[in-house]
Design a protein around this ligand. Structure first.
Ligand code: GRF
Length: 231
């Protein structure tokens, strides 16, 4: 079993990042404050070595995995190989939920099949709006063109390879004000993200526990069962 900060916590998260990690920080803080009770960030994964979120993890004693795509590309290896290796590296951590928090890669089924119903993503726009990169900038521009009057944040499950789409777990509108700059809108959206992701993670952990106590098959625990850590 890899070292973890709080091995007695029964609910375990993997948080996947590519950058600053402000959502990661909100999740770490929520574990510490009890807003996410009996929960720990068991591991943080980054595809970028320079991601500041890795320093946030280290500052809290959380194990990290650096898993870059570039060596796979250089070797002519597939995204499926990259994803399968990531799933194998995560397996010993026996996590309940995979939390994408600014992770810049799309998962293939080579990863997702290990965690059915257990992968969450946050998108800084409303469901169906501005999928892909630069969603906040695109919403700000659409507001200035008069085609939208508000934007939002959503958290959704990731059942397949679709971009920023899947069953919505939580969603909140965010107003765009006439005197907003892009920076002020970004700040409002990020603050909303940090609150909404905690609510969504709490709700999903409760759902998984309800399903487990109702005797449904432990979806996504294949990684746990197959790990050296045991169940
Ligand atoms: C967030 O806006 C998230 O919605 C998007 O990437 C950003 C990550 O920010 N997918 P941070 O690294 O959590 O600060």
């Amino acid at each position: 079993m890899p070292d973890t900060k709080n091995p007695s916590a029964t609910r375990r998260l993997a948080v996947l990042i590519s950058g600053s990690g402000t959502n990661l920080q909100a999740i770490i803080d929520a574990c510490a404050s009890g807003a996410l009770p009996d929960t720990e960030v068991a591991v943080v994964v980054s595809n970028r070595r320079a991601a500041y979120g890795l320093q946030r993890a280290a500052a809290h004693g959380i194990p990290t995995i650096y898993h870059p795509l570039r060596p796979y590309r250089l070797a002519g290896r597939s995204r499926e190989a990259y994803d399968a290796d990531l799933a194998a590296r995560l397996a010993p951590y026996a996590v309940d939920l995979i939390i994408q928090a600014g992770w810049m890669h799309l998962f293939t089924m080579a990863f997702l099949r290990h965690y059915p119903g257990r992968v969450l993503n946050i998108h800084p726009a409303l469901p169906g709006a501005f999928p892909g990169m630069h969603a906040i900038e695109r919403a700000y521009e659409a507001f200035r063109q008069g085609t939208i009057d508000c934007t939002g944040v959503m958290v959704h499950r990731v059942p397949d390879e679709a971009v920023d789409a899947g069953p919505v777990v939580a969603c909140r509108q965010v107003p765009i004000l006439p005197d907003d700059t892009l920076a002020s809108l970004e700040a409002r959206i990020h603050a909303t993200e940090h609150a909404l992701y905690i609510e969504a993670i709490a709700a999903e952990l409760q759902r998984l526990e309800r399903e487990a106590s109702a005797g449904e098959p432990p979806r996504g625990r294949g990684a746990r069962a197959g790990s050296s850590a045991g169940a």
